[in-house]
Design a protein around this ligand. Structure first.
Ligand SMILES: [Zn+2]
Length: 297
């Protein structure tokens, strides 16, 4: 009787765990579909606001003395945008997956791994979202919809840097636009804190237009993304310099990496890393497949 209830309890627990895993996986899959859509929408909105509102209002066409500044701002914006989108494409174009391993590994009974990936040997992971074996996996990026590993880490870091710059630059232009168009003064540092609650209140009382509220919201979105990307990028650069990955850190398995930080950085950023800082190009000589895995074997 007692054994029967214990078996039942075990079965119930197992089905609960698998149901829980299923919902968590479903959430991750949903996020994997929503995040790229959000990224493209935010990019399109930033583009439209910049060219249809910011530049024409801050630098009016009739004022010829401002034409040079307008061109300069447009060039800077396009350069940042080009690098952000270029590195985004490169992150997807050069995936970190292993081309040799096409067999889906079966999870062992003692698998203590997370919902999205199984740890394999030699720093390889099987990503359940990508359904591929990833070499030296760092994490799964929901915005690019693929895994970040040693091969595409350099593009991912550059993507973070340029996304952060584009957002913070758009924030500055947005503030200039609100100052010119709606005479909002940002001299008081507290203005930024009170802007959103006040604007929301004014919108519902009909004092300001929907566009103005949307612009104010975008300022906070840009600030948020800009700061998050900058912080994330710093963390990634530090991990690369230490020769570690986010996966290892989360598992509490930081390896004892004795290579100097210069070697670790060069491993990821390549010999032509300076070119990679200003253009979304390949900076590492195409090496043979799975060298990292073989090195450790
Ligand atoms: Zn993945």
């Amino acid at each position: 009787m007692c054994r029967g209830s214990a078996v039942l309890k075990g079965q119930l627990l197992r089905s609960l765990t698998s149901a829980d895993m299923f919902t968590r996986m479903l959430k991750l899959r949903l996020l994997n579909a929503v995040a790229p859509a959000y990224f493209f929408m935010a990019t399109a909105v930033t583009f439209i606001l910049h060219f249809c509102f910011f530049i024409p209002t801050i630098f009016p066409n009739k004022d010829t003395s401002l034409r040079g500044s307008a061109t300069l701002h447009t060039v800077v914006f396009l350069f940042l945008m080009f690098n952000a989108l270029g590195n985004y494409i490169m992150t997807i174009k050069y995936p970190a997956e292993s081309a040799n391993e096409t067999v889906v590994p079966v999870c062992s009974a003692h698998c203590s791994d997370k919902v999205d990936a199984h740890y394999l040997l030699n720093g390889r992971h099987f990503c359940k979202l990508c359904k591929k074996v990833i070499l030296k996996r760092d994490h799964h990026c929901f915005f690019t919809g693929n895994c970040i590993g040693n091969k595409n880490m350099r593009y991912f870091i550059m993507f973070c840097i340029y996304t952060s710059c584009t957002c913070l630059y758009s924030l500055v232009l947005g503030v200039a636009f609100l100052t010119v168009e709606y005479s909002i003064s940002f001299e008081n540092p507290l203005t930024f804190l009170t802007l959103l609650p006040l604007s929301t209140g004014y919108f519902f009382t009909g004092t300001i237009s929907g566009l103005q509220l949307f612009l104010v919201l975008m300022l906070y979105v840009w600030l948020g993304i800009g700061l998050v990307c900058a912080g994330f990028c710093c963390q990634q650069v530090l991990l690369v310099a230490w020769g570690q990955t986010w996966c290892q850190m989360q598992r509490g398995q930081l390896v004892d990496n004795r290579s100097p930080w210069r070697t670790n950085l060069k491993d990821v950023f390549g010999t032509r890393w300076i070119l990679g800082l200003i253009l979304p190009v390949q900076t590492v000589e195409t090496c043979s497949e799975d060298t990292d895995a073989h090195k450790q074997e």
